[in-house]
Design a protein around this ligand. Structure first.
Ligand SMILES: [Fe+2]
Ligand SMILES: [Fe+2]
Length: 165
């Protein structure tokens, strides 16, 4: 029998998408930290790497709440965003605009995550998954805070440094 494809299925599919994405991000953040020239940007990436580890665990708890194994499904969107970040790392290695490019790539990642977690939280609420709502909201807040911290870094030096060749 074909699956009914209800909101619950969509929630589960999207959970697999973000689980894959978080693991991919967990692999990319140390490389971005290593590549960053500014100490503050490096510290921001390292801080978010630790947060991302917690976020992966939170997703595993959400899988548990819907009685499903924690399993990811390839998310082409995050693969593309992270590939672009790697292109910047290669193309701008040792150049003044490297950090501005890394920062922009990281913000693209955060915006993707904010979109996903916002949707998942809304759906979890609709589905009456109260524990999931709390877990997803906690991560959503972390992603938003990270995005804001990156914006601040961009405004307080990283972009100016990129202009001064
Ligand atoms: Fe995340
Ligand atoms: Fe994030």
């Amino acid at each position: 029998m074909a699956s009914e494809k209800t909101l619950r299925d969509l929630f589960h599919d999207t959970l697999k998408d973000i689980y894959f994405a978080e693991k991919k991000i967990l692999g990319a953040l140390p490389k971005m930290a290593k590549a960053a020239q500014s100490e503050e940007l490096r510290a921001a990436f390292e801080k978010h790497e630790a947060e991302t580890e917690d976020q992966v665990e939170r997703l595993e708890q959400v899988f548990k709440e819907i009685n499903q194994p924690a399993r990811g499904k390839t998310c082409e969107a995050i693969v593309g965003i992270i590939d672009e970040g790697q292109e910047i790392m290669k193309g701008y290695k040792g150049k003044p605009a490297l950090d501005a490019g890394l920062l922009a790539a990281a913000q693209a990642v955060e915006h993707y995550e904010i979109s996903r977690y916002g949707t998942l939280k809304t759906w979890a609420n609709e589905l009456g998954l109260s524990e999931a709502v709390k877990l997803l909201d906690k991560t959503l807040a972390e992603e938003k805070k990270t995005d804001e911290a990156l914006t601040k870094l961009a405004e307080t030096g990283v972009n100016q440094h990129a202009e001064a060749a």
